[in-house]
Design a protein around this ligand. Structure first.
Ligand code: 5GP
Ligand code: ZN
Length: 146
């Protein structure tokens, strides 16, 4: 059985177990903010601030070394669009973009973080006091309001 799993992993690639590939396939639920043919954006399950969003390519790329420039451009295009949504709906005062690689990257499927900042809640305080951050479900409802 182990040999079979190893064989399938070699043939299909190591992304069989990838949590973000499972989100794309709908096997794991998410609070979806935006989707097109190339990318998916959803709320981070453990947000650093209200509206903390992840943008991922639908095709599995591990990190910045792995991803191609065309897909990178699609992600940046989506980032501009989602930045507007977060600013308009959540009235945040600024947005930080972050993309981890190597030892600080927990999920090895390329993803871009969009972290809204609020004047009245400095990010550093938020990181220290997770109790000030809303449940992603409540933020999702707010983003979906007309
Ligand atoms: P990294 O450190 O790899 O840049 O960040 C990975 C991010 O993915 C973390 O902020 C973490 O909270 C988020 N994350 C991990 N697993 C899940 C999941 O199953 N669903 C969602 N929505 N976010 C996840
Ligand atoms: Zn993946």
């Amino acid at each position: 059985m182990t040999k079979l799993i190893t064989f399938v992993k070699i043939v299909l690639g190591d992304n069989m177990e990838c949590i973000f590939c499972k989100i794309i396939k709908g096997e794991i639920p998410c609070f979806k903010i935006y989707e097109d043919n190339d990318v998916l954006a959803f709320l981070d399950i453990n947000p650093d601030s209200d509206g903390h969003t992840l943008i991922i390519p639908k095709k599995h790329f591990a990190d910045l070394d792995d991803i191609d420039l065309n897909t990178l451009s699609k992600i940046n295009e989506a980032a501009k669009h989602i930045k507007n949504i977060l600013e308009n709906k959540l009235k945040c005062d600024g947005i930080s973009l972050l993309q981890n690689n190597g030892c600080v990257q927990d999920v090895k499927h390329y993803h871009l973080h969009l972290k809204p900042n609020y004047k009245n809640k400095q990010s550093i305080e938020i990181l220290k006091h997770k109790e000030f951050i809303s449940n992603p479900k409540d933020i999702y409802e707010k983003l979906k309001e007309n």
